[in-house]
Design a binder for this molecule. Structure first.
Ligand code: SAH
Ligand code: SF4
Length: 362
């Protein structure tokens, strides 16, 4: 592409047109983009990769997203809910392994009992780790009041993917009811920021009906919102979901993978100091998927520390990797794999988003 360097040098000022052109780059021309994003990453966040121990503590969900394997209507999934003790044990494991940070993720539930349970868990986790463990929540859309209660109980980061910044596409991949509204999703993200969380979002890449223009808009959405952290990865079909019927429209798996890498590279160039996670879904397509993402821009990895016997039931998509391993296997293999990328793990470091630190002057 003519003038590619000049376009990349625009950084945060890359236009919608620029982004579409770069997303459309054929594979053999992507190297210039990836070399550039690697350089930006090194300069802005260095070569440290932070671990977030992922605890998928329940697959019980009140929602029915058309793409997700644990959606309410999927009768083929056995439902589970870890006990508080199991969750606390997993959190302790992360702390003992010097991860410094965990993510509590689950299906979405909306009840006082649920809010209270999370509040209690947060307090206990902080007690047992002397406040040394940073906790990220990924529990969907909740009221501002609930977000505030969880923040006060010690959660400082929250991940809520916008899934797609195109409201029309959003409604296509969700049931048409009040529980699945783009406007509410957006409002929830705004509440999270207002409460003071390090606010994370992300999108699925390669959804049926999604275009390069949509993906360019997603990058602009994240930039203009001023998001602190991002986790985005390829869409992967699940056979027991309604969106599976549209699989004939999908880009080939490897194209979705390559597109996800380009999205990560372009986001790193647009927002150099944010935290970007190498999504597990990348590994479902390519065994070295997360490591490839780290090389070109990602700086966070989320080892799955959910007790092994439950992992098989937290299947958002088909062929989820690592479901039959125990937590320790994952830690050891990841440490070696990250080392191979020329990066090192920030054991014992919280790894807060540099962008968040700057906007809050901490
Ligand atoms: N219930 C919470 C957290 C669990 S789902 C929530 O929805 O926010 C976490 C993420 O998994 C979702 O945001 C979605 O982007 C991703 N996901 C779900 N189904 C997927 C699929 N089939 N392929 C790829 N990612 C998927
Ligand atoms: Fe539930 Fe999240 Fe899956 Fe939607 S994506 S069905 S909210 S777990």
């Amino acid at each position: 592409m003519q003038g590619m360097e000049q376009i990349l040098q625009k950084g945060a000022a890359m236009s919608h047109n620029d982004l579409v052109r770069l997303l459309a780059l054929p594979k053999d021309e992507s190297k210039v983009l990836f070399d550039y994003s690697r350089k930006v990453k090194e300069e802005a966040v260095g070569s440290r990769v932070y671990f977030r121990g992922l605890i998928e503590f329940s697959n019980i969900c009140a929602k029915d997203c058309l793409y997700c394997g644990i959606r309410r209507s999927n009768i083929h999934t056995a439902r589970y809910n870890l006990t508080d003790e199991e969750i606390l044990q997993a959190a302790r494991y992360a702390w003992e392994q010097n991860y410094a940070s965990i993510v509590l993720q689950a299906g979405e539930l909306f009840s006082e009992a649920f809010s209270k349970r999370i509040e209690g868990l947060l307090r206990k986790i902080h007690q047992q780790t002397q406040g040394n463990l940073r906790v990220t929540l990924s529990l969907g859309e909740q009221s501002e009041d609930t977000y505030q209660r969880w923040f006060d109980a010690g959660a400082h980061r929250y991940l809520l993917r916008i899934e797609t910044s195109n409201p029309e596409l959003y409604h296509r991949i969700h049931p048409s009811d009040a529980l699945h509204s783009y406007a509410i999703r957006l409002k929830a993200l705004e509440s999270l920021r207002k409460v003071g969380y390090q606010t994370g979002t992300g999108v699925m890449i390669g959804l049926p009906f999604q275009t390069l223009e949509d993906l360019a808009n997603d990058l602009i959405f994240m930039r203009d919102f001023g998001i602190d952290m991002v986790g985005m990865g390829p869409y992967l079909e699940h056979e027991h979901t309604p969106l599976y019927d549209e699989r004939g429209r999908l880009w080939p798996m490897m194209d979705r993978f390559d597109m996800a890498l380009k999205m990560i590279a372009l986001l790193r160039i647009s927002m150099p100091k944010i935290n970007i996670a190498a999504a597990t879904a990348l590994q479902a397509i390519d065994k070295m998927g997360r490591e490839k993402a780290i090389r070109i821009g990602a700086n966070v990895i989320m080892p799955n520390i959910t007790p092994g016997s439950y992992r098989n039931s937290y299947k958002l998509y088909d062929n989820k990797p690592c479901t039959d391993e125990n937590a320790e296997d994952c830690t050891n293999c990841l440490q070696a794999r990250v080392g191979m990328t020329g990066n090192s793990i920030g054991f014992g470091e919280w790894g807060d988003s540099g962008y968040y630190r700057e906007r809050n002057l901490i």
